[in-house]
Design a protein around this ligand. Structure first.
Ligand code: 8DG
Ligand code: MN
Ligand code: MN
Length: 412
């Protein structure tokens, strides 16, 4: 027992996946510096360090008591090397941490942070712009647009809608997006599922985007064609490259209605089972579904309807002007639309509900402890490649020999 709490430290240390990580926890002051350092290293492009600090933050989030002295936590698994402990010690002693303050105020971090805030710009492009072009802010990108040769089309829209896209999306806005997508989806196919996943499913009240999974099951010809493709030994993606899938038709409708500011349809090639599993061995969260990364107009009010003739500009200067119109009735919002074949649905919902760290731990546990490969498509045994079907998330946890964890407890 620590300070009157009965706390099973051995169980805590030995079963990280059985920990509960809810949004409300007992240690916000100690989690903050660790979360910052995780975010710092992710922004600076060092994913390994970022992961180490995220793991330490998750460890503190799942403690059932508020930490008051170092002796309560020195031997907890997940806090890593001495570095995290030093940060925590200083935070407990002084209420803040000099390393965190210095990093937060560093010019390079502030610049890279604003540049990676542009949709389409990742760490490596940001680093190049900063180091070899002396670009530190979005206004620098606009000023030097002509000579920067940024070929990824997303960046233009990321710059044009920078303000909107860096304002958190409220749950209310996410549900409004779900509503407008639902309306158009019903025009395209009957009886489809449309699930709001990502952080909202874990109970977050805001997020950076809206993650929507679409499944039309056997009510749609896609379902039929996917299962016939599948019985021929092919899995993954919307599947049927020659014909127009639900997602392509949904996009056409959204565009026609005037809701789309930008969309990139990602239609990975169908893979046979062997190639597919091999690809799935990567720990990355990238999957092989047919999906669309979009920027949609999120209505600011329920009764707003888009004007299909608006915002068809394609050059940056007119985009920037239109992007700054204050009372236009909508806000640019990042939306991920993912088409999921019915038999993979529970795996897709689990994978897309996150958190990223929780899924990473889950995949690593499946792989190293059970010798199974877990992805957003399914669960396979490594040697024989047998697929373990599941009709619900509960069945996936059961396959893994774990207690079912409610999405609200997956905020690792
Ligand atoms: P936020 O948007 O509220 O800030 O956080 P989030 O909803 O938890 O994170 P996210 O970046 O939107 O990702 C949601 C989940 O989707 C996350 O657990 C990773 C998962 N995911 C897959 N496959 C893929 C993929 O191919 N690309 C991306 N970007 N995410 C994927 O399962
Ligand atoms: Mn999200
Ligand atoms: Mn997303």
């Amino acid at each position: 027992p620590i300070d009157g709490f009965s706390f099973d430290k051995d169980f805590f240390n030995n079963n990280p996946l059985e920990r509960h990580a809810s949004l409300d926890h007992h240690n916000p002051e100690l989690v903050a510096p660790l979360s910052f350092l995780s975010e710092y290293w992710s922004t600076m492009g060092d994913e390994q360090r970022s992961l180490a600090f995220a793991t330490a933050a998750a460890t503190l989030k799942s403690l059932p008591f508020a930490v008051t002295t170092m002796s309560q936590i020195v031997d907890l698994k997940g806090l890593g090397s001495g570095h995290c402990l030093k940060v925590l010690q200083e935070t407990l002693d002084t209420g803040s941490c000099r390393e965190v303050v210095a990093k937060r105020d560093s010019d390079k971090y502030k610049s890279i942070k604003s540049l990676t805030g542009v949709y389409g710009i990742g760490n490596s492009v940001a680093e190049k712009l900063y180091t070899s072009r002396n670009i530190t802010r979005v206004s620098d990108i606009i000023a030097s647009w002509g000579c920067l040769a940024l070929h990824d089309e997303r960046i233009k829209y990321g710059v044009a809608y920078y303000g909107d896209l860096n304002t958190p999306v409220t749950r209310e806005a996410a549900e409004r997006i779900q509503g407008v997508v639902r309306r158009e989806l019903d025009q395209v196919a009957q009886g489809c599922k449309l699930e709001l996943t990502g952080g909202y499913r874990r109970g977050k009240s805001s997020g950076h985007d809206v993650d929507l999974l679409v499944c039309c099951g056997s009510n749609d010809e896609d379902g039929a064609s996917v299962s016939s493709v599948r019985s021929a030994g092919v899995v993954g993606s919307g599947g049927n490259a020659g014909t127009d899938g639900v997602l392509a038709r949904l996009l056409r409708r959204l565009r026609h209605t005037g809701l789309i500011l930008h969309a990139r349809l990602d239609r990975p090639p169908a893979l046979n089972e062997a190639a597919y599993r091999k690809q799935s061995d990567r720990v990355s969260s990238m999957d092989n579904y047919e999906k669309c990364f979009c920027i949609l107009k999120c209505p600011l009010q329920d009764d707003w309807t888009p004007d299909p003739m608006d915002d068809i500009q394609t050059d940056l200067s007119s985009l920037v002007t239109s992007g700054q119109n204050g009372d236009r009735g909508w806000r640019a919002t990042r939306v991920d639309l993912v088409y999921v074949p019915q038999h993979q649905w529970p795996y897709a919902v689990l994978g897309w509900s996150g958190s990223k760290l929780f899924l990473r731990l889950l995949r690593r546990y499946a792989s190293s402890t059970l010798g199974l490969v877990l992805t957003s498509h399914g669960l396979w045994s490594k040697d024989r490649g047998r697929l373990l079907p599941a009709n619900s998330e509960q069945e996936i946890f059961a396959h893994l020999g774990l207690t079912y964890k409610h999405p609200s407890q997956r905020n690792f």
